[in-house]
Design a protein around this ligand. Sequence first.
Ligand SMILES: Cc1cc2nc3c(=O)[nH]c(=O)nc-3n(C[C@H](O)[C@H](O)[C@H](O)COP(=O)(O)O)c2cc1C
Length: 345
Amino acid sequence: MLMLREANLRDVEKEYAFMAALPADENGFTNPWHGVTRGAFADTALGDMIAWSRGERLPEGYVPETFYFLWDGEEIVGQFRLRHWLCDSLREGAGHVGYSIAPAYRRRGYATQGLRLLLRIAHGVVPEEEIYLRVNRDNPASLRVMLRCGGVIHHEDEEKIYVRIPLMKTMDTIMARHSYRGKYLSEPVPREHLTKIMEAGLAAPSGCNKQTTSLIAVDDPQVLERLHAVIDPPIGTTAPAMICVLTKRIIAYRDRCYSVQDYAAAIQNMLLAIVALGYESCWIEGHITDEDRIGRKMADILGVPQDMELVCFLPVGRAAEAVKAPVKKPFDQRAWYNGYAGGEA
Ligand SMILES: Cc1cc2nc3c(=O)[nH]c(=O)nc-3n(C[C@H](O)[C@H](O)[C@H](O)COP(=O)(O)O)c2cc1C
């Protein structure tokens, strides 16, 4: 399974081996830590990579940049870098993305697959609507990778070709969402992403705008452990975060209450935001609202008042396994024009 993992101290040995073999400058992909010793690597190179991704210790004129290693199973095969936004010099120059595949792994499609993974992450990070890339004229292989990932050539000069890739649009995100029930990577989900996901949930429509849905994101490993202790059969246990969905039966008008529709809309918005940010999830409701009242047990752990029900939770994290699409009935068995099953009205 191929995955992008942020530079981190746990993987220092393999990260060092990769970076040590990377030239100082190859096709415009620079390695400012070329030649650094193993001793200095963790403190300086890796320390800088982690700090830069948080916008700290940045050299003058740099924007925050996250360093990802592309892993195929147990091996690092490449490095991808994502600059969080464009300043003037990046807009005219190197753009958002840099990547390099280790020589031993070239011409096997790693660059294309890695760039596709990075684009999913970029969607939740960069404010621009297109990813800017630049490639040397004498590097047609890399240009092909960019074009395969949806890039279009924007302009050229004597040495370089400038490419733009439009970011995932709403329809792409909708079609890329599938219920994920596999294992998750342990890397934490940043609070800013959890907040974005919850904002997407709260932005959903609600009947008569009664806003009957509330949310609790859980990222504290001890609280997660307590919650999973009451979820039987277990599901989503390896996810580093979950979002719990609460609902309150508020009457919209007369005896009409739309709380179920309200929370369903909120959940779907969140599932899409989760995918747009490069994570996976699954709508877990049937599991916890059955006769064994797991939802109430979870609600009690979280201090939820008795007049609110915990109806669903969404595990959130990066997939450690392949995401599988379920079989759906063909379009023309479920959707028609101007009458049921294609019959005229
Ligand atoms: C109301 C509702 C309850 C669900 N409850 C569960 C659940 O408890 N456990 C689970 O694994 N999936 C649950 N799902 C996910 C469905 O199984 C899944 O959406 C369906 O199989 C279609 O797959 P897809 O989401 O990949 O399109 C639920 C979905 C909905 C809409």
